[in-house]
Design a protein around this ligand. Structure first.
Ligand code: NAD
Length: 499
C-alpha cells in the first residue's frame, strides 16, 4: 500500500485478448481507476497474438467504452497498458516479460508488487505458474499473487495436480482462486443477513427451517462454448464451485471473527459435513437433464445435441438438481436443494429459505391454506431480499392472504453497486482473500462432485433430451422434491413494491 492507502500493482493478464479480459477485467480496472481507488498501477496484456502496444491499447479502449461506459480519462487510463506477445512454453518469452515488468515497476513506482492473472485455457495454468517462478518473475521486493480463473481442475485428482504445480511457485496465501459468485453483492450479503439480524439468527437451524433451495438458471444455451462444455457439463461448471460455495455460506457456523481464516475454516467445516454418497446412491439424491429443441417467443431453439461442437449423441448434462444433507447438529434433517440449468424459462440466481409451518393453523377454515414464510435472497439479475408473510385480508373476514416485503437494490444502489470482478480485483490488490476459495474448499467440493460424475459418466442417460429449451427443467427435478413433500419455489420477477 502507498501512504494514501491505495494499493499499487503491476497486473499481468495472461489471456488479454480473450473474452473475459474484454468484457470483465479491463472495465473493472477502469472503474477502480475512475473511482480513484487505484492510481499507481500498470497492466501488461499477455497473449499469443502479435499486436503492437497501440493496437492493444485501442482494444482496451473499445472494451471500456463498450462494457465499462467509460467517459472520462480514457486516454490516460489506456496509457497504463502494454502488450507482450507470448508463447506459454518458451522460457525466452518469460524473460522478455520480466524485462517489461521491471521497466514498468520503475516507471509507475509499483514497489515490486505483482499480480499474475491467469485468464486463459486451464491446461496452461500449471506451465505458466512454473515458468513464472523458473524465470524469476516472482523475484521482486513486493507481494506476488496468482489470481486464477475457473475451472480449477476437472476432478479432485486433476485439481490436486494443478495445485501442486502452482504451489511450486506460490504459497497458499498468495493464490487467489476466483469464484466470481463470491464477488456478487447479494452473495456477500448472506453472512450479513444471517449474522446481523436478531430476526433470523435464532431461527437459522433445523427447528425452524424446513428446507433451503439454491437456484441458478440461465436462459442462454451453450453458445460458442460447446467444446469446453462437452467435457464439463453443468455439474463441474456450476455445482462444484458456485452452488457449493453458496451452500457453505448458508450452512456454516458463525465465525468467531470476520477474518479470512475464520470464515474459511467455517466454510470448510460446513463442506466437511456434507453427507457423502456412494456411487450407487447418486440417483437417490441427484438428477440430470439435457435440453432438447424448444420454442421461445415463437422462435425455435436448437437442442443441446444440435449445438456447435457438441456430439450429436452427447451424454453431457445441461441441468442438475440435487438434495444435499448436512450432517451436523444445526442442519440434521433439513434438505438443501440445489439446481442449475441452461436454456431455462428465466434467468435467475436466488436462494429460498422455507420456514417450517406454525404448529397449528387457526385460519384453516376457508378455501385457502396458509403459505409458509419464505426468505428469498435474489442474487441476479435482480438484487434484493423478499420476505413472504401472511396477513389478514381486508374486510370483516379473518381470511389470510400472502404479503411480500421486498427490498430491492434496483434504483437505489444497483447502478453504483460494483461488479463482482471489480471487487475481486481490488481485493486481490489489497491482499484480502476472504472472497476467494481456499484449496481445502476446492478439494472437498471436488471429492463430493466426483462421486456424482463417476456415476453419470458410466451410465448413459437414455431419457436425454428430457426438457425443452425455454422450460422449467426436467420432470425428475420436481419429483426429487415431491418425494419429500416439497416443491420448488419459482421466483420469477421481483418488484420494488412492498404491499
Ligand atoms: P478466450 O478463449 O476468449 O481467451 C483465451 C486467451 O488465451 C486469449 O487471449 C488467447 O490469446 C490466449 N491464449 C490461448 N492460447 C495461448 C497460448 N498458447 N499462448 C498464449 N496465449 C494463449 O477465453 P476466456 O473466455 O477469456 O476465458 C479465459 C479463462 O477464464 C478460462 O479459464 C475460462 O474458463 C475463464 N472464465 C471465463 C469467463 C468468461 O466470461 N469468459 C467466466 C468465468 C471464467
Amino acid at each position: 500500500m502507498t501512504e494514501n492507502n491505495k494499493p499499487t500493482a503491476l497486473i499481468m493478464i495472461f489471456g488479454a485478448t480473450g473474452d473475459l479480459a474484454k468484457r470483465k477485467l479491463f472495465p473493472s480496472i477502469y472503474r477502480l481507476f475512475q473511482k480513484e481507488k487505484i492510481n499507481k498501477f500498470a497492466v501488461v496484456g499477455v497473449a499469443r497474438r502479435s499486436l503492437t502496444n497501440e493496437e492493444f491499447q485501442s482494444s482496451v479502449k473499445d472494451s471500456i467504452l463498450t462494457f465499462g461506459h467509460a467517459e472520462e480519462k480514457v486516454d490516460e487510463f489506456i496509457s497504463h497498458f502494454q502488450y507482450h506477445s507470448h508463447d506459454v512454453s518458451s522460457s525466452e518469452s518469460y524473460l522478455q516479460l520480466k524485462g517489461i515488468a521491471e521497466e514498468l515497476d520503475g516507471q509507475y513506482q509499483l514497489e515490486g508488487n505483482r499480480i499474475f492473472y491467469l485468464a486463459m485455457a486451464p491446461e496452461f495454468f500449471g506451465t505458466i505458474a512454473e515458468q513464472i517462478k523458473a524465470q524469476g518473475l516472482t523475484e521482486s521486493k513486493g507481494y506476488k499473487r496468482l489470481v486464477i480463473e475457473k475451472p480449477f481442475g476437472h476432478s479432485f485428482e486433476t485439481a490436486q495436480k494443478l495445485n501442486e504445480q502452482i504451489r511450486t511457485a506460490f504459497a497458499e496465501d498468495e493464490i487467489y482462486r476466483i469464484d466470481h459468485y463470491l464477488g456478487k453483492e447479494m452473495v456477500q450479503n448472506i453472512e450479513v443477513i444471517r449474522f446481523s439480524n436478531a430476526l433470523f439468527e435464532p431461527l437459522w437451524n433445523n427447528r425452524y427451517i424446513s428446507n433451503i433451495q439454491v437456484t441458478s438458471s440461465e436462459t442462454l444455451g451453450v453458445e460458442e462454448r460447446g467444446r469446453y462444455y462437452e467435457t464439463s457439463g453443468a455439474l463441474r461448471d456450476m455445482v462444484q464451485n458456485h452452488l457449493l460455495q453458496m451452500v457453505a455460506l448458508l450452512a456454516m457456523e458463525p465465525p468467531i471473527a470476520l477474518t479470512t481464516e475464520e470464515i474459511r475454516s467455517e466454510k470448510v467445516r460446513a463442506l466437511r459435513s456434507l453427507r457423502p454418497m456412494k456411487v450407487d446412491e447418486v440417483d437417490k439424491y441427484f438428477i440430470r437433464g439435457q435440453y432438447g429443441e424448444g420454442t421461445v417467443d415463437e422462435k425455435t431453439l436448437p437442442g443441446y445435441r444440435n449445438e456447435h461442437n457438441v456430439n450429436p449423441d452427447s451424454n453431457t448434462e445441461t441441468y442438475v438438481a440435487g438434495k444435499l444433507l448436512i450432517d451436523n447438529f444445526r442442519w440434521a434433517g433439513v434438505p438443501f436443494y440445489i439446481r442449475t440449468g441452461k436454456r431455462m424459462d428465466v434467468k435467475s440466481t436466488n436462494i429460498v429459505v422455507q420456514f417450517k409451518d406454525i404448529p397449528m393453523n387457526l385460519y384453516y377454515k376457508t378455501e385457502e391454506t396458509l403459505n409458509p414464510n419464505l426468505l428469498v435472497i435474489n442474487i441476479q439479475p435482480d438484487e434484493g431480499i423478499t420476505l413472504y408473510l401472511n396477513v389478514k385480508k381486508s374486510g370483516t373476514t379473518s381470511n389470510t392472504k400472502p404479503m411480500k416485503l421486498t427490498v430491492s437494490n434496483k434504483g437505489i444502489e444497483h447502478i453504483n453497486s460494483p461488479e463482482a470482478y471489480e471487487k475481486l480485483l481490488f481485493d486481490s490488490m489489497r491482499g484480502d482473500a476472504t472472497n476467494f476459495t481456499h484449496w481445502d474448499e476446492v478439494a472437498l467440493s471436488w471429492k463430493f462432485v466426483d462421486t456424482i460424475s463417476n456415476a453419470w459418466e458410466h451410465t448413459k442417460e437414455e431419457s436425454f433430451p428430457n426438457y425443452a429449451a425455454g422450460s422449467t427443467g426436467p420432470l425428475a427435478s420436481d419429483e426429487l422434491l415431491a418425494d419429500d413433500g416439497h416443491i420448488w419455489w419459482q421466483i420469477k420477477k421481483d418488484t420494488t413494491e412492498s404491499n
